[in-house]
Write a protein that binds this ligand. Structure first.
Ligand SMILES: NC(=O)C1=CN([C@@H]2O[C@H](COP(=O)(O)OP(=O)(O)OC[C@H]3O[C@@H](n4cnc5c(N)ncnc54)[C@H](OP(=O)(O)O)[C@@H]3O)[C@@H](O)[C@H]2O)C=CC1
Ligand SMILES: O=CCCC(=O)O
Length: 357
């Protein structure tokens, strides 16, 4: 497939290249993304807008230019920022308005409700905390669905359960608009670097239309079919992650108790078969009892809770995840909900202290 990138305000800078475009091959994404990044957007320059088009399609489909973004927390802010930097015309909304200000200063527009964002944009992304807020923002009073109509798209990138996603899907589809669930794997840094992994499901034409936007924010994307599959995939991944973190925390504390150097343990783990970027990234700060928030502990506990409900719905036994969930609940009850999820190690320390009394 031939693929071309055209800067609409600058014919001298137009660029065209060909590649066998295959979503299943992340390296091909990388080639395309790096090529896109050869043109860093500058809001103050006249080269602000890009047009991306697939020349294999005689109609030359263009990516949506007006993009809405609802929810500007740890993840939403850098994701929206990358869309702005790539030249998209971004309109933002956040419950706490002050979080919109840094994006407005980068060139984003602001609307006072999700409804008004959706009404003014071709496609609207939502990155909300949990199922309740995702439903409220999409379907509540002045929610996004009130601004939707045929031809528009709603993309929920929050981590929610399948039934929440299906509910939002139904409501959005009732307006004639399209819906895609697209939760992400990857945390604060991948969101900043534009290297998230999208787990999408829902309207395939919407997926195809917004693929270039996903490629601005992410390094790969999976299309998983019916709505609910993206949410389920995300919950399974985070169930594994939450349990792994607890096991790692137990290992760190045990090594310390038997007189080993915990920093050496982190190094040993990083070189062996159980090495994982998560251990190498979080280990050094956990050793120092520091938990700078990338993924809030309260969200990890929410994901374990939702994953356990998913397992329950199909009678799948998940005793390790259930035990891990209990520790996140203990950590939350000790005021660590807004700390990074690696702070779950503190729950084990508290437990040890209690059992020693
Ligand atoms: N952080 C991470 O590493 C990752 C997080 N995720 C998932 O992405 C989602 C967002 O995570 P993250 O950005 O870290 O979370 P944050 O807690 O930083 O942000 C949550 C966002 O939701 C908004 N919100 C919360 N409750 C409501 C409500 N009732 N009505 C309207 N808006 C509301 C917040 O608004 P306000 O600013 O007003 O509080 C904020 O914009 C979660 O589902 C999380 O599980 C997925 C991958 C990685
Ligand atoms: O949902 C949060 C995921 C965090 C990560 O994938 O590193």
């Amino acid at each position: 497939m031939a693929f071309s990138v055209v800067k609409s305000n600058c014919s001298a800078m137009a660029m065209t290249w060909s590649t066998s475009f295959c979503p299943q091959i992340p390296n091909h994404f990388r080639v395309q993304r790096h090529a896109l990044l050869l043109f860093p957007p500058n809001p103050s320059s006249s080269f602000r807008f890009y047009t991306f088009c697939s020349t294999s399609n005689p109609k030359e489909e263009k990516i949506p230019k007006n993009v809405g973004f609802l929810g500007l927390g740890i993840m939403g802010t850098p994701m929206a920022q990358n869309l702005i930097k790539a030249g998209c015309d971004v309109t933002v909304w956040n419950r706490t308005k002050s979080k919109c200000d840094p994006l407005i200063s980068l060139g984003a527009k602001y609307k006072p409700s999700p409804e008004e964002v959706a009404a003014s944009c071709d496609v609207t992304f939502a990155m909300l905390a949990d199922p309740q807020s995702a439903v409220e923002v999409a379907c509540g009073k002045h929610g996004a669905m009130s601004g939707m109509r045929p031809g528009k798209g709603y993309v929920d990138v929050s981590t929610v359960d399948s039934s929440t996603s299906k509910l939002i899907n139904r409501q959005i589809k009732a307006t004639g608009a399209s819906f895609l669930e697209a939760p992400v794997s990857g945390s604060k840094k991948p969101a900043e670097d534009g290297s998230l992994i999208f787990l999408t499901a829902g309207d395939k034409p919407l997926y195809d239309t917004i693929a270039p936007l996903l490629d601005i924010m992410g390094k790969s994307r999976f299309y998983l079919g019916d709505v609910g599959n993206g949410a389920a995939m995300k919950l399974v991944v985070n169930m594994i992650m939450g349990s792994m973190m607890v096991t790692f925390a137990e290992g760190l504390l045990l090594s310390e108790k038997v007189g080993l150097d915990t920093s050496v343990l982190v190094e040993v783990v990083s070189q062996g078969a159980i090495s994982a970027p998560m251990f190498s990234m979080k280990g050094p700060s956990m050793v120092k009892a520091l938990y700078p928030t990338a993924f809030p502990l309260k969200h990890q506990q929410k994901d374990l809770r939702l994953a356990l409900a998913l397992a329950e719905s199909v009678s799948q036994s998940t005793p390790i995840a259930a035990a891990a969930n209990e520790l996140y609940k203990v950590a939350k009850s000790h005021g660590l909900g807004d700390s990074d999820f690696s702070a779950v190690i503190e729950a084990l320390k508290v437990k040890f202290q209690q059992s020693a009394e």
